[in-house]
Write a protein that binds this ligand. Structure first.
Ligand code: HPA
Length: 248
């Protein structure tokens, strides 16, 4: 019998493969909610089994509002994953969240619309009102932060992730409103993913990689894809060490 999946990682914009994954093989599959964004890549880090899924598809073909979040999480649950580390490229709103900073937020505000955001839609399904006071799992956040501290990776502990609809970036006024609401970060994929993970009983935490200053923040001018990808690539560099330390 194979050992259990110790960690599932969902990669966001700029992270379509997990370099640290040893001996990875692809695992295709479907769920009761349809197809996930792509195959799972199953391999090992620090000797432990790890599953990786590229949220937007391996060729980044899915915009945030078209991702089948339900199928992605259901698929991870179906293969026995219990802990999910979500990696999200984000824009930084508040001062300590400048480009290339890595953060582990502790709150979310959901500004998305029209996405299927629950597993309780199907007729006959029991309606769950899951507690979401703390949207991220405290023990998984602690493990992420402890691994960062152990390996000397600078990481901001806490902050509020504002999930927007996309795929366009925000206006200056939208970001100003989000700042007033208490958001530190802005991204397009944090919800409904986190809420669905809670409904499925999966431990879930977010590693936010700051790709750019959000509209009107810091020295932001026009936000370009080149800037976003270069900063995400830089912020991704410590990931192998972080995952290794988490799984050791
Ligand atoms: N806004 C929303 N999502 C993002 C951004 C942004 O500025 N940067 C990376 N993902």
């Amino acid at each position: 019998m194979t050992d259990p999946i110790a960690l599932a990682v969902i990669g966001g914009t700029g992270l379509y493969k997990l370099a640290a994954l040893e001996g990875a093989h692809a695992l295709e599959g479907e769920t009761i909610y349809g197809k996930p964004s792509g195959p799972l890549r199953i391999g090992r880090i620090a000797g432990k089994r790890v599953a990786f899924l590229a949220r937007h598809g391996e060729g980044h073909s899915l915009p945030p509002h078209k991702i089948n979040y339900r199928a992605n999480l259901r698929r991870l649950k179906d293969i026995g994953a219990t802990r999910v580390l979500a990696i999200n490229a984000v824009g930084g709103i508040t001062d300590h969240y400048g480009p290339r900073v890595i953060g582990c937020p502790d709150q979310i505000i959901d500004y998305t619309w029209g996405r299927i955001s629950t597993l309780c839609e199907e007729p006959g399904t029991e309606v769950l009102h899951v507690d979401f006071t703390e949207p991220y799992t405290a023990s998984l956040r602690r493990d992420v932060l402890a691994a960062a501290s152990l390996t000397g990776i600078a990481m901001v502990d806490g902050g509020c992730y504002g999930a927007t609809q996309g795929p366009r970036l925000e206006t200056r006024a939208e970001i100003a409103r989000m700042r007033r609401d208490g958001c530190d970060l802005v991204g397009m994929t944090g919800m409904p993913e986190a809420g669905l993970a809670r409904e499925l009983g999966l431990d879930y935490a977010c590693l936010a990689l700051v790709a750019n200053w959000a509209a009107g923040c810091g020295d932001a001018g026009e936000i370009t894809l080149e800037e976003v990808l270069a900063n995400v690539e830089a912020a991704t560099a410590p990931l192998p060490n972080l995952l290794e330390a988490m799984l050791r």
